[in-house]
Design a protein around this ligand. Structure first.
Ligand code: PMV
Length: 313
């Protein structure tokens, strides 16, 4: 019997995380070296509606109906059902694998949702268009993040570099000169929803200083867009490091991420910043292609268990 498979890439936020939740612009790009994959196989001997889920990477095996109503995997599958208007599912097996590290700022949750939405809708004979896939992943991200901006589901669904402002149609970014980024893992997992929720609390108690920082981050994202679309990307480095300093002032960094950012700069990166929710997860550094291995080695020496070198544009 034929299996139906779909994949979705990871992502990094080049500029504007957190401020994007508060309406400021941000820039995100896909990372194709890491992927989430969903494979659907019919189960002719299963009961109608029996969905067996197997995620061997994390030793997770269950059926959909055993999961809580608001479980992300259940929401993704039921999201497909709702959009397609299919009240009863046939029996099938869903196998999920991913090389995107969990809870580390690379979009693992949204990528799994996108892969599920694509594979399950194709299996049901009605492959969903990107806008529906993205909307399903957004709904699921509400469980992961609480108040997602929508940037993760968008960049991962469309798998292209985007300029994103919450609540507005996103724009594809035309990157004029490709460039190289080293991604360094702090080795610490950090659920985005927690960091976003704590920042929201601090903002609610005293909005003014946070609004001022969000404005500065928004300006950096706008400047970065101009550089990406018109000139040599090395100018992005300074903006990245400035963005990191502002994220530190939002108190979403941590000593491990700060150490990796400094190690990248010391090894000759043009700029570096944390990436995603922060307080753990990954950081990124803009590098010359010929210096990428050297920066990756420096990051590992500074404690990063994993590094990825990715070419953007
Ligand atoms: O940690 P990640 O990769 O899920 O990125 C979250 C980005 C935030 O701006 C912190 C939250 C959001 O919804 O935009």
């Amino acid at each position: 019997m034929t299996a139906i498979a779909a994949t979705a890439p990871g992502k990094i936020i080049l500029f504007g995380e957190h401020a994007v939740v508060y309406g400021r612009p941000a820039i995100a790009v896909p990372v194709n070296q890491v992927k989430a994959k969903a494979v659907v196989l019919a189960n002719p001997i299963g009961q109608p509606g029996q969905v067996d889920i197997d995620a061997p990477d994390i030793g997770f095996r269950t059926t959909m109906n055993e999961l809580p109503e608001e479980h992300p995997l259940r929401l993704a599958i039921q999201g497909v059902q709702d959009v397609l208007g299919i009240p009863h599912l046939p029996a099938f097996r869903l196998r999920l694998t991913s090389t995107i590290p969990l809870a580390s700022g690379l979009g693992s949750g949204a990528a799994i949702s996108v892969a599920i939405a694509r594979a399950v809708s194709a299996f049901l004979g009605k492959p969903l268009p990107d806008a529906d896939v993205s909307a399903i992943a957004y709904r699921v991200d509400q469980v992961y993040h609480g108040t997602p901006s929508g940037i993760d589901n968008t960049v991962i669904t469309y798998a292209q570099s985007i300029f994103f402002v919450r609540g507005r149609p996103f724009e594809y970014l035309k990157i004029n000169h490709p460039f190289t980024v080293v991604i360094g893992d702090s080795g610490m997992r950090s659920p985005t929803g927690l960091v976003v929720g704590e920042l929201r609390q601090r903002w609610q108690e005293d909005p003014q200083p946070y609004e001022a920082i969000f404005d500065q981050i928004g300006k950096i994202a706008l400047n970065a867009r101009r550089i990406l679309e018109t000139s040599q990307p090395v100018g992005l480095g300074v903006l990245m490091t400035q963005n990191h300093a502002l994220l530190q002032r939002l108190d979403v960094s941590c000593p491990e991420l700060d150490r990796l950012v400094q190690a990248a700069l010391d090894a000759g990166a043009h700029g570096a910043k944390l990436c995603g929710g922060g307080r753990g997860g990954n950081m990124i550094a803009l590098v010359d292609e010929r210096n990428a291995q050297h920066v990756a080695t420096a990051l590992r020496a500074a404690g990063a268990p994993n590094t990825i070198i990715t070419r953007i544009g």
